[in-house]
Write a protein that binds this ligand. Structure first.
Ligand SMILES: [Zn+2]
Length: 478
C-alpha cells in the first residue's frame, strides 16, 4: 500500500464507496476501515457461514494458514484453533456483571462520559496519567466501549480497549491505582467472496459481503493499471480472498486482501499479495508486478490540452519552439500525483515553469511538473511513493491559464509521456519466486474451487426454478 492509501483521502473514498453500495449518504464517523461496528441479522448469518468455511479452508488446504504469518501487526496474536477462547471469561465469572459498559457517542469527549457516570474529573485525570492512557483515551472514536465498575458512588475499576488485541483494566484502591494490560487473542481467518455483476460492481460486492476496504483495494490498488472499473458490466465476475480479524468469536475488523480475480470481456485478471524486499505488492500468477513503474497521467481523468511536439508557436513568447511535454487542463488547486516512486530532485521556482517539482525515478528517468499554485509537503532528497500528491495545479510562470505542464525525460532526453515505452517492472526471481508460488497457489485453488461451486449452483438452480431461495442472488457467500 502506498502512503496515499491511508488517512483522510482513503476514508473519504471508502465513504463514497459505501454510499454507492448503500444508495444513501453515510456519516463519516461510521466508516471504520471496512467494518462499521453494527451488524444486521443478515451479516451475522453471513459471518457464521464465513466461520464454517474458514474452518474448512484450514482443513482442506493446510498450507493456507501459513499465509497469515507476519502480514499485519495482529498476526502474532493469531491462533491455530478456529474456536474462540472461552477460558478468560470463565475464570472470572463473578466480576463480569459489575461492569457498566458505555459506548462513546458522536462528538462525546472522555470528560463528558465521566460526567455522565457522575465520576469526578480528578479521578479521570488520575487514569489519564497512567502509561499509554492519554494516547488512546483522548482519541476515542464513536462507538468505543468504556466500562465502569462503580460501587457506592466510587469508581473501583475502569476498562477500555487500547486496540483490538489489548484491553486495559485500571483498578483504583483509594490512593493506589494499578493498571493491567490484558492481551486479547485475535485470530485471522481468510475468507473468499465471489460475485457477479448484475447492476453495478458495488451492488454485487455488497451482496457478496465484501467490505468497502476490500473493494477499494481491488479497484484502486490491485487492478487500477489494468481495468477501467467504470466500464464494468453485467456478467463480469470477481473473487476476493481477504482476512477477517476475529476476537472471542466476534468479527472486529477486516484485514489484507490476499488475492483477487476479476473476469471481464472473457479475460480473467488476477493479483496476489506478496511481500518482497520489504515492500508489499500485488503480482500476477507468474510473479509479474501488477504495479507499473509509471502511471500515464499525473492527474486522473484530466484532458490533454496540448500535446508533445518538436516545434510549435509558443502562445506567450510568440516564437516557434518545441513543446517538450504534455499539458493537462485542470482547475487551479487540482492535486498532482507523482507518476512513479521517486526521490525529489527539485522543488522551487524555475523561470517560465513557475513553481516546479522534478522527480528522479532512477534508471535514468525523471519527470517534471510545472506551473503549480503550491507544493505539497515534500522536500529535496525525500522519497515519494507513486500516486502521492506532490503539488497543486496553478498558472505560475509563463502560463495562459491553470494547467499542468508535464515532462518525461529518459537519460536527459525529452520523451512524449503519452507513448514512451515505460521500463518493464522487474519479475520475481529465484527464492522470491518460489516463495511467491507457494503462497499464491492455495489462494488461487480456493478461488477456483469457490467459482466452481458458484457455477454448479447456478446450473442446479436453473434446472430447478421452483426453489426460488437458491436462485435469488447471483453473488453467493461461500
Ligand atoms: Zn506545456
Amino acid at each position: 500500500m502506498t502512503p496515499s492509501d491511508s488517512g483522510p483521502e482513503r476514508r473519504e473514498r471508502l465513504k463514497t464507496l459505501r454510499e454507492a453500495a448503500l444508495g444513501r449518504p453515510v456519516l463519516a464517523h461510521h466508516i471504520a476501515d471496512g467494518f462499521n461496528g453494527r451488524w444486521s441479522r443478515r451479516q451475522w448469518v453471513q459471518a457464521s457461514l464465513f466461520a464454517t468455511i474458514a474452518a474448512l479452508v484450514t482443513a482442506i488446504v493446510p498450507g493456507f494458514g501459513d499465509l497469515q504469518a507476519g502480514s499485519t501487526p495482529l498476526a502474532r496474536h493469531s491462533m491455530s484453533l478456529p474456536l474462540p477462547p472461552l477460558a478468560l471469561r470463565a475464570s472470572k465469572p463473578t466480576a463480569e456483571h459489575e461492569w457498566h459498559v458505555v459506548r462513546v457517542q458522536s462528538g462525546q469527549t472522555l470528560g463528558a462520559v465521566f460526567q455522565q457516570m457522575s465520576i469526578p474529573a480528578s479521578t479521570m485525570h488520575r487514569i489519564l496519567e497512567q502509561p499509554g492512557a492519554k494516547t488512546t483515551l483522548t482519541r476515542l472514536g464513536t462507538g468505543a466501549e468504556l466500562a465502569f465498575d462503580v460501587s457506592g458512588g466510587v469508581l473501583r475499576r475502569f476498562r477500555y480497549d487500547r486496540d483490538p488485541a489489548h484491553r486495559v483494566e485500571v483498578a483504583l484502591h483509594g490512593d493506589r491505582i494499578v493498571q493491567q494490560v490484558i492481551e486479547r487473542p485475535t485470530e485471522l481467518r481468510s475468507v473468499v467472496s465471489s460475485g457477479e455483476i448484475d447492476s453495478s460492481l458495488y451492488a454485487a460486492a455488497r451482496k457478496a459481503g465484501l467490505p468497502a476496504s476490500a473493494i477499494a483495494t481491488m479497484t484502486d490498488e490491485i487492478f487500477k493499471y489494468d481495468i477501467d472499473f467504470s466500464g464494468a458490466k453485467k456478467g463480469d465476475r470477481f473473487s476476493v480472498v481477504y482476512d477477517q480479524i476475529w476476537r472471542e468469536g466476534e468479527l472486529v475488523d477486516s484485514g489484507d486482501v490476499r488475492a483477487a480475480t476479476f473476469t471481464t470481456g472473457g479475460k480473467t485478471y488476477s493479483g496476489f499479495r506478496f511481500e518482497h524486499a520489504g515492500k508489499v505488492g500485488y503480482y500476477t500468477a507468474e510473479g509479474k508486478p501488477l504495479k507499473k513503474s509509471f502511471i500515464r497521467m499525473p492527474i486522473p481523468y484530466a484532458r490533454v490540452t496540448s500535446g508533445f511536439t518538436t516545434a510549435r508557436k509558443h502562445p506567450i513568447l510568440g516564437r516557434t519552439r518545441a513543446h517538450q511535454g504534455v499539458d493537462y487542463g485542470a482547475g487551479s488547486g487540482t492535486p498532482i500525483m507523482a507518476a512513479g516512486d521517486a526521490r525529489v530532485q527539485f522543488v522551487g521556482w524555475k523561470g517560465g515553469y513557475g513553481r516546479t517539482v522534478i522527480l528522479d525515478h532512477g534508471r535514468g528517468h525523471t519527470t517534471l511538473y510545472a506551473h503549480m499554485s503550491r507544493f505539497a509537503k515534500y522536500t529535496v532528497g525525500q522519497r515519494v511513493a507513486q500516486g502521492s500528491v506532490i503539488g497543486y495545479v496553478g498558472s505560475t510562470g509563463l502560463a495562459t491559464g491553470p494547467h499542468l505542464h508535464y515532462e518525461f525525460r529518459v537519460n536527459g532526453v525529452h520523451r512524449n509521456p503519452l507513448n514512451v515505452t515505460m521500463p518493464p517492472p522487474e519479475l520475481l526471481q529465484g527464492a522470491a519466486l518460489v516463495a511467491f508460488r507457494a503462497q499464491s497457489a492455495p489462494a488461487l485453488a480456493r478461488i477456483e474451487e469457490v467459482e466452481g461451486l458458484l457455477r454448479n449452483n447456478a446450473r442446479i438452480a436453473s434446472r430447478q426454478p421452483a426453489t426460488s431461495g437458491a436462485t435469488s442472488g447471483t453473488a453467493k457467500k461461500v
